[in-house]
Design a protein around this ligand. Structure first.
Ligand code: VGL
Ligand code: ZN
Length: 202
């Protein structure tokens, strides 16, 4: 068992990010057994859940003439457009059925405001509006986070960088992540995490 100052953060292991899902990450479901094994090592386990309304501004379908992976300018900066995914209350938004989700102590739902996306477990994409996770962890005296989940180059990356900026020691278990890899984003993500002194474990 890890000490009480450590927490496991399981990012977006949801059906829509697994094979057959609306925004499938190659091999997304392969990480589930590894994550289930890790859960028992940690005294604090937090899961995040991408949780969008149907009219969410990150969906290409909600922008006339736009296709997934095109980039638009939002008031908070550039935003990649995605296929409709993880719509609140749909099967695609549920955790993968083999993930031991009952072991979560706290679930952070994010991306529920139509006008702003939220990749990070800590802040929306304006890098300002907090999700409350920092307060939750700080109140427990947690200062070391291990991150796993989907996708390495988006929600895991943003969560890891924000956690690092907030002063947590951050480890990403790469073998328990999978990436989308848009235009080299997976290698860029690895470099950004290494530059921030985030520990990448196999
Ligand atoms: C994610 C794109 C859109 C992720 C979520 O979980 O990495 N990526 N929404
Ligand atoms: Zn999303």
């Amino acid at each position: 068992m890890r000490p009480a100052n450590e927490a496991l953060i399981v990012i977006d292991v949801q059906n829509d990010f697994c094979t057959g899902g609306a925004l499938a990450v190659p091999g997304g479901e392969e990480i589930v057994p590894r994550i289930n094994a890790l859960l028992d090592e940690f005294q604090t386990r937090v899961f995040t859940q991408d949780w969008h309304p149907a009219d969410h501004s990150s969906f290409a379908d909600n922008h006339e003439g736009k296709k997934p992976h095109e980039v638009i300018d939002m008031p908070y900066g550039p935003q990649i457009l995605w296929p409709v995914h993880c719509v609140q209350g749909t099967a695609g938004a549920e955790f993968h059925p083999e993930l031991d989700a009952a072991k979560a102590h706290h679930v952070v739902q994010k991306g529920f405001r139509p006008e702003i996306d939220s990749y990070s477990a800590f802040f929306e994409n304006d890098h300002e509006t907090p999700t409350g996770l920092d307060d939750y962890l700080s109140a427990k005296g947690i200062d070391h986070l291990t991150l796993v989940g989907l996708a390495t180059d988006f929600c895991v990356l943003y969560s890891a960088l924000d956690a690092n900026r907030l002063g947590y020691a951050v480890t990403v278990v790469e073998g328990a992540t999978r990436g989308i890899d848009l235009n080299g984003s997976l290698e860029d993500a690895r470099q950004a995490m290494l530059n921030a002194n985030i520990v990448l474990e196999p």
